[in-house]
Design a protein around this ligand. Structure first.
Ligand SMILES: Nc1ncnc2c1ncn2[C@@H]1O[C@H](COP(=O)(O)OP(=O)(O)OP(=O)(O)O)[C@@H](O)[C@H]1O
Ligand SMILES: [Mg+2]
Length: 509
């Protein structure tokens, strides 16, 4: 099924809201700039705008509440002041005559409307500059003290909800009372708040822009090390694989990245140099059989030859072809093993039986060279049968080749610390100490005389080593006092790491 079809099916199972949210997120992600610096600048600007809007909104609400409270307190104190002034006069005529004393107390209070009128409705003091329609209000009795909770709502012409209060005030010591009406048109507050909100908007916009610009500069500066590292990395070529990034100069966050990159370079350098020397060895080892083929053929073709001579040439050529074919087959195996592409069928095998089998196969060769083969010990080994036999075959092939006439090659098996250990021991000149670390290398021959030998590809022990690595085990060689021991160690099933090869289904034998 195609990826797109799978996506559609997966989407069909999800609720519509989730799908819409997913689409919105993808759309938003497409809108984001590719540059990390630009993204960080946007993020700085966005965060600054959000914070400024939140703080500005809070301050605007707090200011609006404070202004409203102040206005309401002023309405209450206006009533108290007017009552106080009324206590100093004894008639309505005196009120009218001293009107300025009443209007003075309303001075400086924007939007304040003050009316004093007789019980019959006759106006005594009127301060209503905008000629607002005064609504009918519930009038508080003479002995009721005005307070904020007794304020009533009214709507002036501008539609801004405002507050007002009406109360009776006693004239001096008399029984007569007049009606006091105090209203405050809150329109001025709404103008003030709009102005304030505009300031907040400008502050938010310029703050967000400044934060984005600063963020851009800071991000550019912060990402300088990343650009430097990219520059260093882009200067690395196959001829400069030894170069490393300067992790010490990198900031803490990038140090791990630089370290991982350097480790990767080290691995690449190692693989690259092994590959280079492998191809050099490969060219060298292919050259010998091919120049043998060319040389022999040219010499033979230089004159007319007898049928026997042609047959001899073809036989000799066949030997070289077989050598080339063996080399190619071995190299293919090594290449597949390098990529863990060798299919393995791990089974628990009787190591003794496997050694017996390989020994039996070499009986004729051993007899021809006058070398005996002894098999001893016992162990259970978890391995792929074909690969195990191939490894032991390569070891025994070497051992028989180097064992002196009349000697015995020993194959042994034992269990050590849970691991199955197989050894092939032979006598003879042995492997020089300086050659021991290299014998498992590709195309390596400790004995230079074998380099051009048609029987040797120099890949036998390299294949053993690959087989052991596929099993998660190891191979090692030791040679001293005329005894050469090649040892294979197969780990037990419980050991961590495990085999690297591609495994087929387990079939216990
Ligand atoms: N049992 C041994 N005794 C002495 N020398 C050994 C023994 N096994 C390996 N060597 C040395 O290690 C070298 C590498 O062995 P390896 O099996 O990889 O290659 P080879 O035997 O030369 O070629 P091939 O196995 O491909 O025919 C040999 O050339 C030999 O010099
Ligand atoms: Mg060999």
């Amino acid at each position: 099924m195609s990826v797109a079809a799978e996506d559609t099916l997966a989407a069909a199972g999800r609720p519509v809201a989730t799908q819409a949210a997913g689409r919105a997120v993808r759309w938003f992600q497409r809108l984001l700039p590719a540059s990390l610096t630009a993204r960080m600048a946007l993020a700085f600007g966005g965060v600054a705008a959000a914070v400024l809007v939140a703080v500005g909104t809070y301050l605007a609400c707090a200011l609006a509440a404070q202004l409203e409270e102040r206005d309401e307190n002023e309405l209450v104190s206006e009533v108290l002041l007017v009552r106080h002034l009324l206590a100093e006069v004894s008639s309505e005529a005196e009120v009218r005559a001293g009107m300025h004393r009443f209007t003075d107390i309303a001075m400086g209070h924007e939007g304040l409307i003050l009316l004093v009128r007789s019980r019959e409705g006759e106006p005594l003091v009127t301060l209503n500059p905008r000629q607002e329609q005064v609504p009918p209000l519930r009038v508080l009795p003479v002995d009721t003290a005005p307070e904020r909770s007794l304020l009533q709502q009214w709507h002036p012409r501008n539609g801004v909800p405002s507050a007002g209060i009406a109360a009776l005030g006693r004239l001096g010591e008399t029984d007569r009372a007049v009606e006091i009406v105090v209203l405050r048109d809150a329109g001025y507050r709404s103008v003030l708040m709009k102005d304030y909100q505009l300031h907040i908007l400008w502050a938010t916009l310029s703050g967000a822009l400044a934060a984005a610009a600063l963020g851009y500069l800071l991000a550019r500066r912060g990402l300088r090390s990343l650009r430097r590292m990219a520059g260093e990395a882009s200067a690395i070529t196959t001829s400069r694989l030894a170069t490393r990034l300067d992790a010490g100069r990198a900031p803490t966050e990038l140090r791990d990245l630089a370290g991982a990159f350097n480790d990767m370079l080290a691995r690449l350098q190692d693989s690259f140099s092994r590959l280079s020397s492998f191809s050099a060895d490969l060219a060298h080892d292919f050259r010998t059989p091919i120049s043998n083929l060319i040389g022999q053929t040219q010499v033979t073709l230089a004159h007319a030859r007898t049928v026997e001579e042609y047959e001899a040439l073809l036989e000799s050529n066949l030997e070289e072809y077989e050598r080339l074919s063996r080399m190619i087959e071995n190299m293919l195996f090594l290449a597949r093993a390098d990529h863990a592409q060798v299919a393995m069928q791990l089974r628990t095998l009787d190591a003794r039986a496997e050694l017996d089998k390989v020994a039996e196969y070499f009986d004729a060769v051993a007899a021809e060279r006058d070398v005996g083969i002894r098999v001893e010990g016992a162990a259970l080994v978890r391995a792929d049968q074909t690969l195990l036999r191939r490894a032991v075959t390569n070891l025994l092939d070497n051992a028989l080749r180097y064992a002196p006439q009349g000697s015995t090659v020993t194959l042994s098996a034992e269990t050590l610390a849970g691991d199955a250990v197989l050894r092939v021991t032979n006598g003879g000149a042995g492997i020089p100490a300086e050659a021991l670390p290299h014998v498992f290398g590709r195309f390596y021959r400790a004995d230079p005389a074998r380099s051009n030998s048609a029987a040797s590809t120099g890949l036998g022990l390299a294949i053993v080593d690959s087989i052991m690595r596929l099993h998660g085990g190891s191979a090692c060689a030791g040679s001293a006092a005329g005894r050469t021991v090649l040892e294979l160690r197969f780990p037990s099933r419980s050991r961590s790491g495990g085999p690297r090869g591609r495994q087929r289904q387990d079939q216990p034998s």
